[in-house]
Design a protein around this ligand. Structure first.
Ligand code: FA5
Length: 332
């Protein structure tokens, strides 16, 4: 019986069959159980001898079963591990890293340049009132930029801001001079999209108010900005201009760093590129904000971030920024 059991157990091939063997020998009607049950009919002398042998056989069969069970379990585990093994020598899949949008990169860079000069960053709402966007900025009641064809009106008093200049007013109303802030953000104009116009674009406003601020301070600040953003060989020049909220006002051009002044598609052969609008804050604007123009003076400037970024990277169409074409975005 022991020999048979041993042979069957060692050649078993599944848990199910192992269980069958256990039942066959040790189950209620098992062969060994029968033997143990038959002990009653044995003589008192035979009983302990046979009993001892039968118990030994039972222990033996039990331990064989246990061993076989263990072996089968570890074999199954091994097979599973082999099946699910990972070949760590295989080359990995590319992890594609996301990047900041080129406009966000420009904005970060611009912020760093001005923060380095002691400016703080201020924010204002994109949905703005006519008062902050036009009236407080000294824009005449019939100024053409107020027209529906230039400005998106929500209602007669509320618009999408056409410039970041209203943030100047909001800051001056709230903060006593000295003031030194920049304000980057989105602006909206009812412009037909083309290579250099988008109905949604980005500006960065700058404002400095203190005692004794002059045009020379404006010039020095913008020179540092232009050299840092476009390259140390960059020069700037001021052209007289008109803005309702500055007096005097200027448009500021940079020497065309793309061609070193020889003329190229960016400066159309002139050697200069328009960068931004700027000027000394108009006394009326200071008064509108409760600042005495007899005591304080200041300058302001506003630049188009989209156009500056186009210039810096040689991008020839503003619409590329907003089409989310990865082939374009991946290059920055
Ligand atoms: C202004 O908006 C003035 N607020 C700037 C200013 C601030 C002057 C402080 C003086 C003192 P302007 O309308 O020129 O100025 O616009 C400034 C810049 O915004 C332009 O040079 C251009 O780069 C950008 N811009 C204007 N309209 C669009 C548009 N539709 N798409 C892309 N960029 C635009």
């Amino acid at each position: 019986l022991q020999e048979n059991a041993k042979e069957e157990i060692t050649s078993v091939d599944s848990m199910e069959n192992l269980e069958k063997i256990r039942v066959k020998y040790l189950g209620k009607k098992g062969e060994l159980t029968e033997v143990l049950r038959g002990m009653g009919s044995l003589s008192p002398e035979e009983r302990p001898k046979i009993g001892k042998v039968a118990n030994e056989v039972r222990e033996m069969v039990e331990s064989l079963l246990e061993e076989a069970k263990k072996a089968m379990k570890s074999k199954a585990l091994e097979q599973q591990l082999e099946k699910e093994a990972i070949d760590i020598t295989m080359p990995g899949k590319d992890v594609r890293l996301g990047k900041k949008h080129p406009l966000t990169q420009s904005m970060d860079e611009l912020k760093n340049i001005f923060i380095g000069m002691g400016f703080k960053v201020a924010e204002g709402p994109e949905v703005e009132t006519v008062y902050y966007n036009f009236d407080a900025l000294n824009a005449a009641a019939n100024h053409p930029s107020r027209d529906m064809s230039d400005t998106f009106y929500i209602n007669k008093d509320v618009i999408l801001r056409t410039q970041t200049s209203p943030v100047q007013v909001r800051v001056m109303e709230r903060v006593k001079p000295p003031i030194r802030i920049i304000s980057p953000g989105r602006c909206f104009r009812n412009d037909t999209p083309d290579a250099t116009h988008s109905p949604m674009f980005h500006q960065l406003e700058g404002l400095v108010i203190d005692k004794g601020i002059t045009l020379a301070d404006l010039k020095g600040t913008l020179e540092v900005f232009a050299k840092e953003f476009l390259g140390s060989h960059t020069e700037i020049k001021f052209r007289p201009h008109y803005f309702p909220f500055t007096e005097p006002s200027a448009e500021v051009d940079a020497s065309c760093f793309k061609c070193g002044g020889d003329g190229c598609s960016f400066c159309k052969g002139s050697g200069w590129i328009e960068l931004l609008g700027a000027g000394m804050v108009h006394p009326n604007v200071l008064r509108n904000c409760g600042i005495d123009p007899e005591i304080y003076s200041g300058f302001a400037f506003g630049m188009g971030i989209d156009r500056l970024t186009m210039l810096k990277y040689g991008i020839d169409d503003i619409r590329l920024f907003f089409e989310n074409d990865l082939r374009f975005l991946k290059q920055f």
